[in-house]
Design a protein around this ligand. Structure first.
Ligand SMILES: NC(=O)c1ccc[n+]([C@@H]2O[C@H](COP(=O)([O-])OP(=O)(O)OC[C@H]3O[C@@H](n4cnc5c(N)ncnc54)[C@H](O)[C@@H]3O)[C@@H](O)[C@H]2O)c1
Length: 463
């Protein structure tokens, strides 16, 4: 590659959460804060037995996934599959000539020497390959959103339950110690009673808007186009639909399925929620008019019902690919006594607590009353409320940061391989993943059909 992706782009492609610690953002994280805490983290100890892995889909994320998987001790990449030949050549160049390569993932599923597969194809293939792989006895690490259509969700869950094969879905922030620390604080009531979550991704360049660099030789000779569109209506070769697949509803899931899903995964992790009951989305195609059929600016509003885990709260999600705010991703949990701002590699906990007394004076009606009445009201107020009751309790904020060498993506794979080796519980199984993905796919339905979608988050069904 002539131009390597910048670190910031790389982090953004991973959903805005960190693979690497962003020193700059740490600094700003700690500015203005009275306290800063590095979240404790114990490195996992390696096991001895090898896990042999095949990767299906060796584009941008296929490489990021394979590289992170290989950082977990005892993991070997034995095979890779992709529909574009240039990417198979690159696999041999980068991982060695002995890695088996093919354009047909089914060949890999037949091999007895493969324990687990990583699925990092375009979204339209996730569910199908995941089901085939589990039915062939393979453990599965599948990229988000794991389903391209809501109707794919329950069959994936059923296949996992039937086969009992470990399945982890790749919204890696679910493994992050940063998000887990936030969850612990949330549970202790650190922000009071949650009532609202605002979360967004802002981007402002062509790569961020999914116009990735195309290869020089993309053609039906180098790409398995017929396999790519298998099961769909026939359509002629179109390099944009292959290399910029996210921009087309036939292959991707729009900004909602692609990016809101990271936001909901984090929100569900922290709150323990199963999901919203109503979903409404609005959007527009504002700037990237390159033939895409999905919006580049989208906002969604979701209402979460009260559950055993949390009170009723609202979620507002936004993606803006033409954002004068620059490149940013944030999730903000707002409660009655504080807020948690989740950033790239840490978060800020701040507090604002109401005084016991309701307040008097300032921007108040009292000054519009006759002076004698004002004096009397002030006197009564001071008699009723002590000086202490009249003050807002002062509670300093804290900035939590991950240790410098912490990597949530490797952590997510370590948990997966722990499941493969030792049957350890996986943090992002298909049910958790579908509960995060389905409401985001419902955002597309809401936007295209211009209606509110009602969702049953417990039984995972559109109502
Ligand atoms: N977890 C994250 O933070 C994160 C970040 C980026 C992408 N992703 C996910 O990873 C997946 C891949 O995204 P990307 O950016 O790497 O896309 P990409 O276009 O760079 O790569 C996708 C590759 O899949 C291959 N492919 C498609 N169908 C196939 C099939 N049937 N068999 C074999 N190969 C097939 C294509 O040839 C292509 O090379 C997406 O689902 C995306 O949502 C996740």
């Amino acid at each position: 590659m002539k131009v390597r992706p910048s670190r910031r782009n790389f982090i953004r492609q991973l959903g805005g959460s960190s693979l690497l610690l962003a020193a700059g953002s740490l600094q700003s994280l700690a500015e203005d804060e009275t306290r800063r805490q590095v979240i404790p983290y114990a490195k996992r100890i390696s096991a001895n037995d090898k896990i042999r892995v095949a990767s299906i889909g060796m584009g941008i994320m296929g490489h990021a996934d394979a590289d992170s998987a290989l950082k977990v001790p005892g993991v070997e990449l034995v095979a890779a599959c992709d529909l574009y030949k240039g990417r198979l050549d690159r696999v041999k160049e980068k991982y060695g000539d002995n890695v088996i390569t093919t354009q047909d993932y089914r060949e890999l599923l037949l091999r007895k020497d493969i324990d687990a597969v990583i699925i990092a194809t375009s979204d339209n293939w996730h569910a199908r390959i995941a089901i085939d792989a589990m039915n062939s006895g393979k453990a599965v690490y599948c990229e988000k959103p794991v389903v391209q259509k809501i109707s794919d969700g329950l069959p994936v869950i059923a296949a996992q339950q039937k086969t009992g094969k470990p399945m982890q879905v790749g919204s890696q922030r679910v493994s992050s110690i940063v998000w887990r620390q936030a969850k612990e604080l949330y549970k202790t009531g650190a922000i009071g009673q949650l009532n609202c979550v605002e979360a967004s991704f802002d981007r402002q360049d062509a790569l961020g808007a999914w116009e990735y660099t195309m290869p020089t030789d993309g053609s039906p000779e180098t790409v398995g186009w017929d396999r790519y569109i298998e099961g769909m209506k026939k359509m002629p070769w179109d390099p944009k639909k292959f290399f910029w697949w996210r921009n087309y509803r036939d292959f991707g899931t729009g900004v909602a399925g692609d990016l809101f899903v990271h936001l909901l995964s984090g929100i569900h992790l922290v709150t323990g929620s199963f999901g919203p009951k109503t979903i409404f989305a609005s959007g527009q195609l504002c700037y990237w008019k390159d033939g895409r059929d999905v919006p580049d600016v989208m906002t969604a509003i979701m209402q979460y019902p009260e559950s055993k885990e949390h009170p009723a709260f609202q979620v507002m999600l936004r993606v803006n690919f033409v954002s004068g705010l620059g490149d940013k991703g944030i999730t903000r949990f707002i409660g009655s006594e504080g807020a948690m701002d989740m950033l790239d590699s840490g978060f800020n906990l701040t507090h604002s607590i109401m005084s016991k007394a309701p307040g008097i004076g300032g921007w108040d009606a009292i000054y519009s009353y006759p002076q004698a009445m004002q004096d009397e009201l002030m006197k009564q107020y001071d008699l009723k409320y002590s000086a202490e009751d009249q003050k807002r309790p002062d509670k300093p904020g804290v900035s939590y940061v991950a240790p410098a060498d912490y990597d949530e993506h490797v952590e997510h794979f370590a948990n997966f391989f722990d499941g493969v080796r030792n049957n350890a519980p996986l943090v992002e199984g298909p049910e958790f993943a579908f509960r995060a993905a389905a409401p985001t796919l419902a955002c597309n339905d809401s936007y295209f059909q211009q209606k509110i979608i009602n969702w049953d988050p417990v039984n995972m069904k559109v109502v």
